[in-house]
Design a protein around this ligand. Structure first.
Ligand code: SF4
Length: 281
């Protein structure tokens, strides 16, 4: 595993939108008219140009978030990720988005204290193999995401109210059509982690968990009935999908986190094993 391979994975992430998202956008086109249809057409054209010219699909190349499985040294993997980000910032290029939160100073490399954001996932580690899922999360959608600590008796109705309130208040700011990642249970930080992890599941892959599936099926039409539409122009396609992950939690708590994701759901999987480096789409 070397930095140039991490940089190549980031280039693909930033320039080649996953097909499941693009297909869902194309399906939505037939349901829209007027300005909302034009907005969707521009988004789809832009996806094609970015792929063809190997250029980022949005000027906000996001905050990079890594979910890594590895059995070996985490320090070595972290060092390679940092070098890969530095290289990708110069070569893709990525907008230098990473700043000191207090002084707003920017080193220009998309690196900093406790950054990049790397989650080392314990399950599924095998021998010398490293697998990495990478997301680029834009600020427009991250800034309208929210976490809640509900009274447990608010139940499923309360969880749904959190989602609808978050999406309605966000309006056109997160560049709809959005994808909603919903994390329920665990703790404050675990619900937020699950909400983001939920966004990794493709829109054409149904969850095997019946509780999550029911919430996903019920929330999508409710969100779309808000009428926010593509880029906030009004219309049917406010969301392309809802993704739910949940965990058991303390009896006195009901943590809920809503990760709002713009249409540019940039995610990629990279693998390093005995046959070398490859990208999985
Ligand atoms: S919300 Fe997404 S599509 Fe909109 S500017 Fe940010 S990264 Fe780009």
């Amino acid at each position: 595993m070397d930095a140039s391979e991490v940089a190549e994975a980031i280039r693909i992430l930033e320039t080649d939108l996953p097909r499941d998202i693009e297909e869902r956008l194309r399906v939505c086109l037939s349901g829209e008219e007027g300005n909302s249809r034009e907005a969707l057409k521009v988004i789809i054209e832009n996806i094609g140009y970015a792929r063809q010219r190997r250029l980022p699909m949005c000027q906000d190349t996001g905050t990079l978030v890594f979910f890594v499985k590895c059995a070996g040294s985490q320090d070595r993997v972290l060092d390679t990720i940092r070098e890969g980000i530095s290289l990708a910032t110069r070569e893709v290029p990525l907008r230098p988005n990473t700043v000191n939160p207090f002084t707003r100073e920017n080193e220009g490399r998309n690196l900093g204290r406790n950054n990049p954001i790397v989650h080392f996932v314990e399950e599924g580690c095998e021998g010398g193999k490293v697998t990495m899922q990478i997301m680029a999360k834009g600020a427009g959608s991250e800034n309208v995401s929210r976490s809640f600590m509900l009274e447990p008796d608010r139940g499923v109705g309360g969880i749904k109210e959190c989602v609808i309130e978050t999406v309605a208040d966000a309006g056109g700011k997160p560049c709809p059509p959005i994808i909603v990642g919903l994390g329920v249970g665990g703790s404050l930080e675990w619900a937020a982690y699950l909400a983001k992890k939920a966004l990794l599941r493709p829109l054409d892959r149904r969850t095997e968990d019946p509780t999550a599936a029911q919430l996903e099926d019920e929330l999508l039409p409710e969100i779309n009935s808000l009428g926010i539409g593509p880029m906030g122009m009004g219309g049917r396609a406010t969301a392309l999908g809802v993704r739910v992950e949940w965990a058991h939690c303390h009896t006195a708590s009901l943590p809920v986190s809503v990760s709002v994701q713009c249409w540019a759901l940039r995610r990629v999987s990279a693998v390093w094993d005995s046959s070398g480096f490859r990208i999985l789409r």
